[in-house]
Write a protein of this length. Structure first.
Length: 290
């Protein structure tokens, strides 16, 4: 309702509106309390089952030894920075490669059929090969060819294998985003005098890229974890450091230190992905804005 004070009009919530908001707040507090209580109860039950199991003392000593954790953590952390560097270098290369392959698959001119066929073959082959097998093939196969200019660094070869593998997945993500744009968008761009290339660059791609950001971030969360596969080639990254400590002390706690580091990096990325997905959903909802 409105009230007038000093010649000015101000909006004041009605009693019914205030009561509705109070009930909504109480319901939110009640729901949060129930969720917190049920979560604590579930965690307590799981912990109780684990710590009362017959083999818990042995598991505790083998996987949760604090002395082994603190002893291995500095080396594991130092190796983890190699994982991060591989990820940071591979990610932009994968984005560029995936976008180029997706664009090549969208070419309809018969002149570009060989390029389109090559793009299809690339995505089919490298999505079909398990990533760890591809790391072996690239890491040990390329140096065996003894070609001029081929790097011999295990980290570089492992990163190249990850680029080949994830480039195929990202290409399909980009292609799905491009295909999701309604043909009327292209028609409207052409009616404004834009060429096919300009329509793709200024109208289709900006919308497509915005739509596929959440699935791309999911792929990059997986990429960050799969940098550990490079360990099979021998570079001293986090998993390899954990293997060395475990083999030396016959204890698996260093693997736990490695897992903690990967979780600390991937969980924030996953939550950011959820945030972007929720924001995109709100934008698509009626009245959600642009």
């Amino acid at each position: 309702m409105t009230v007038r004070a000093g010649g000015e009009t101000a909006w004041v919530k009605s009693e019914r509106q205030l009561d509705r908001e109070r009930r909504r707040r109480r319901a939110g507090v009640r729901s949060g309390s129930v969720a917190a209580a049920s979560t604590v109860l579930c965690v307590a039950v799981v912990v109780a089952v684990v710590v009362t199991s017959p083999g818990w003392p042995r598991v505790h000593e083998t996987f949760f030894n604090w002395g082994e954790f603190t002893g291995a953590f500095p080396d594991v952390l130092r190796g983890f920075w190699l994982n991060v560097r591989i990820f940071l270098i591979a990610e932009p290369v994968i984005l560029v490669l995936g976008l180029l392959v997706a664009l090549a698959r969208g070419l309809r001119n018969p002149l570009f059929f060989p390029l389109r066929a090559l793009a299809v073959a690339y995505t089919d082959v490298f999505r079909g090969i398990p990533t760890i097998l591809l790391v072996y093939l690239v890491g040990f196969g390329l140096p065996a060819l003894r070609l001029q200019g081929v790097p011999d660094s295990p980290a570089v070869l492992g990163g190249f294998a990850l680029v080949l593998s994830y480039g195929a997945y990202v290409a399909e993500v980009f292609r799905a985003g491009i295909d999701s744009i309604h043909p009327s968008q292209r028609a409207a761009a052409r009616s404004l005098g834009l060429s096919k290339t300009q329509s793709l660059r200024f109208v289709v791609l900006p919308q497509a890229v915005r739509r596929v950001v959440p699935p791309l971030l999911n792929d990059f969360a997986s990429l960050q974890k799969d940098t550990a596969l490079v360990a099979v080639l021998g570079p001293l990254e986090a998993l390899r450091q954990a293997q060395i400590h475990s083999a030396t002390n016959f204890n698996y706690t260093p693997y736990l230190a490695t897992a903690v580091l990967f979780v600390a990096l991937t969980v924030p990325m996953a939550r950011f992905t959820d945030h972007l997905a929720a924001r995109a959903e709100r934008r698509r909802a009626p009245g959600g804005g642009t």
